[in-house]
Design a protein around this ligand. Structure first.
Ligand code: GAP
Length: 442
């Protein structure tokens, strides 16, 4: 990869400019948990909004849902997570550290980092299965009867509501149910900033189809989902589809393909598109005793739908947009970072600057700010040279800069500068909102 971007640069910029901070930092931080700052939250909201628009708002065959994180414990028995959502773990009897048994070749002994666990002189225990679900207790009594799990995927909330959606909306198979929400996994090897964390947000959609039509829809969704990342500006050369080998497939899947992104640490999964067959609906039918099937009024057929699932991570997508946007160039003899976000993804759409702090320019610029604020997230900056102010905005990826100058005070026009081309046009203030909308809505 010939890009200037490294994870270190991205993490530093993210902290310096308010994209993301380590959770509980003043207490030394909580491993692999992150807080989004003022610009980061807008970036992530835009990513989720772009997904929701693509998957729900612009389609008549997909509806949304927002399920609770805590669910009946039987859900996780039916889904296979209680029995099967595990990693094999070994403990070192000497340093007491725990390692993934299947990833020992990538691990290092904390006491002798040049050695792998087991090669360092420490004796390893037999491998034991470790469940990745977080447990907590419901109600005032902490006993095993009250154990509930923090959901490890949002998908199960959709499956258990399949009948509710069928009965309350006018959807007919094929149709989908989409959800964005938090999931939790007690990952053993979290890391790479927002990439693998223990608390994260998923954007999942379960698309219910007639058995036999599943291969066709699987093809459809893998292409659509790859396009989505490209549409919002991720470079095609940094994206690829990777089909899973048979031995990689989850217990419920007939096929799965990952959308992968070329991060500075290598090609890694952004999203999985899986053919989950009728596994989940059948299991919930069996465990709940309910008839979870679909009746086609026209053909008089009854069947249990197959499910095609595009499952993405909101934090991973946010990280990919951040990394892909990162660029550096030379300005006034110094290297500066520029985030070349697609305007729809950019956290702040425009910044308003008075050229001078006198002659009524700041007051006029505040008027322009108030006008724009009704439509977009915008910022005001009057500190330092105009070049420095542009650079501050380039660092958070603001696509447009609007300057109020001497001429504005005479004819109510402003200059509009575009971040990437640095081209400036002059236009009347009363055309600004329409012009920005036109440029953002591409
Ligand atoms: N319902 C299917 C499912 O959950 P998954 O591949 O385990 O499939 C889907 O997760 C997506 O959720 C992943 O592609 C990734 O983007 C995101 N994800 C999973 N675990 C994550 C973690 N520990 N940290 C951040 N994102 C994660």
């Amino acid at each position: 990869m010939s890009r200037a971007v490294t994870m270190e640069k991205v993490v530093n910029l993210a902290k310096r400019r308010g994209f993301a901070f380590q959770s509980s930092e003043i207490y030394g931080g909580l491993a692999s948990c992150w807080d989004y700052g003022p610009v980061g939250i807008e970036l992530k909201r835009n990513v989720k909004e772009a997904w929701w628009r693509e998957m729900v708002l612009t389609r008549s065959d997909i509806v949304g849902i927002d399920c609770s994180i805590l669910m009946h414990p039987r859900v996780w028995e039916a889904s296979g997570h209680v029995a099967g959502f595990t990693d094999p773990m070994v403990d070192c009897k000497k340093c007491k550290e725990r390692f993934r048994a299947d990833k020992l070749s990538d691990a290092r002994c904390p006491e002798r980092p040049s050695k792998r666990p087991g090669e360092c002189g420490g004796e390893l225990t037999e491998a034991r299965q470790f469940n990745l679900m977080f447990k907590t207790f419901m109600g005032p009594v902490e006993e095993s009867a009250n154990v509930v799990f923090m959901r490890p995927e949002t998908a199960q909330g959709i499956f258990v509501n399949f009948l509710n959606i069928l009965n309350s909306s006018r959807q007919k198979v094929p149709f989908g149910i989409a959800q964005i929400g938090k999931s939790f996994r007690n990952e053993i090897t979290p890391g790479n900033f927002l990439f693998r964390t223990r608390e994260f947000e998923q954007m999942e959609m379960e698309f219910f189809v007639k058995p036999g039509e599943d291969d066709k829809w699987y093809e459809y969704w893998r292409e659509r989902r790859l396009q989505w990342y490209q549409q919002y500006g991720i470079r095609s050369e940094n994206l690829r589809l990777r089909e899973h080998e048979k031995d990689e497939l989850a217990h419920y899947a007939k096929g799965c393909v990952d959308v992968e992104y070329q991060f500075p640490f290598g090609w890694s999964e952004l999203e999985g598109i899986a053919n989950r067959t009728d596994f989940d609906l059948k299991r919930h039918a069996e465990y709940s005793g309910k008839d979870i099937s679909y009746y086609n009024e026209e053909t008089k057929e009854r069947f249990v739908p197959y499910v095609i699932e595009p499952a993405a991570g909101a934090d991973r997508a946010t990280l990919a947009f951040l990394v892909d946007a990162y660029d550096e160039d030379e300005a006034e003899g110094e290297t500066r970072a520029v985030l070349r976000f697609h305007p729809r993804i950019a956290p702040v759409k425009a910044a308003v600057f008075p050229l001078m702090r006198k002659d009524g320019q700041p007051e006029k610029a505040m008027e322009v700010l108030a006008l724009l604020r009704r439509h977009f997230p915008v910022q005001y900056d009057q500190a330092g040279s105009i070049g420095r102010r542009y650079r501050r905005q380039d660092e958070i990826g603001t696509p447009f800069g609007i300057t109020v100058d001497h001429q504005t005070m005479q004819d109510s026009t402003v200059t509009l500068r575009e971040r990437d081309t640095m081209q400036q046009v002059r236009l009347p203030i009363d055309r600004l909102v329409d012009e920005l909308k036109r440029r953002i809505e591409i």
